[in-house]
Write a protein that binds this ligand. Structure first.
Ligand code: ACO
Length: 239
């Protein structure tokens, strides 16, 4: 796929650190958001190993990444499955990746290739994601929609959080979805923060499940920490 390079500055980004605020704002101290190149898959993987794979609420609860098991191959396969789509975004600061947004397109008549997962802990998360997709049944709910642009993953470096990077990813993804001719956008939010970011960008909740109600053999299997009470499917229908 033709890769379009796009760089735009997070000029609304407010650094709370007063020392940084006093400095003159130069291109070098504002993160930029741009398309990820397909040859950056390994750098993105390394970034996610230090962030999302450890700190996304379900991954964190399941302790998918520990000192003894620093890599979860199933999680990496799932997350980076469509990396070649050319639709992914990177936030970059001082030549370092500080945020990643993984996007993909889901087409009504092209069922995605299912991956067989074997990691017992990850299978629980993958099944929950599949369950939410099934319950939300977007192609049934929106019979005229043939192409959905899915924000699959949002991850921001811990020390860059709360500065609007995820919000900017969301906004930019809406623009890309329009350019791609998608009629709907979707996002499964396992985190209450990502759900609130999506809502502020015009997404609405079409399906919600409290983690406390997701049981296997009568037992609650995922108990992410407060305030992540539920998993939600959100859609943006104003493309
Ligand atoms: N605590 C309280 N509020 C928060 C937090 C937090 N840790 N993180 C974000 N917010 C709020 C902000 O206050 C802000 O709200 P406001 O506009 O009312 O002030 C809003 O969320 C937007 O914040 P951003 O600065 O745009 O978000 P950020 O760049 O910090 O990234 C993200 C948010 C991606 C959820 C980040 O916290 C992260 O990487 N978390 C770990 C991975 C994760 O959980 N990803 C989402 C999983 S679901 C999915 O990927 C689709």
């Amino acid at each position: 796929m033709h890769l379009v390079f796009d760089t735009f500055k997070l000029n609304r980004l407010l650094f709370s650190n007063k020392l940084i605020c006093r400095k003159a704002v130069t291109a070098n101290n504002i993160p930029t958001i741009r398309f990820a190149r397909t040859d950056e898959k390994e750098s993105v993987r390394q970034f996610l190993r230090k962030s999302f794979f450890k700190d996304e609420p379900c991954n964190k609860y399941m302790k998918l990444i520990t000192e003894e098991t620093p890599i979860c191959e199933d999680l990496e396969k799932y997350t980076l499955k469509n990396f070649d789509s050319g639709l992914n975004l990177i936030a970059e600061h001082k030549n370092r990746i500080v945020g990643v947004c993984i996007n993909s397109i889901i087409e009504r008549d092209k069922p995605s290739n299912n991956i067989l997962f074997t990691d017992k802990k990850f299978v629980i998360i993958a099944n929950l994601l599949g369950y939410v997709e099934e319950k939300a049944a977007l192609f049934q709910k929106y019979p005229k929609v043939s192409k959905i642009f899915d924000i699959r993953l949002l991850s921001v470096d811990n020390s860059y959080r709360g500065k609007g990077i995820a919000k900017a990813f969301c906004k930019k993804s809406i623009d890309i979805a329009k350019e791609q001719g998608a009629q709907l956008m979707s996002m499964i939010c396992t985190s209450s923060f990502s759900a609130s970011i999506a809502k502020k960008n015009g997404f609405e909740v079409v399906y919600e499940l409290d983690y406390a109600d997701y049981k296997i053999n009568g037992e609650v299997v995922l108990k992410p920490e407060h305030p992540h009470k539920s998993i939600k499917m959100l859609v943006y229908s104003k493309l």
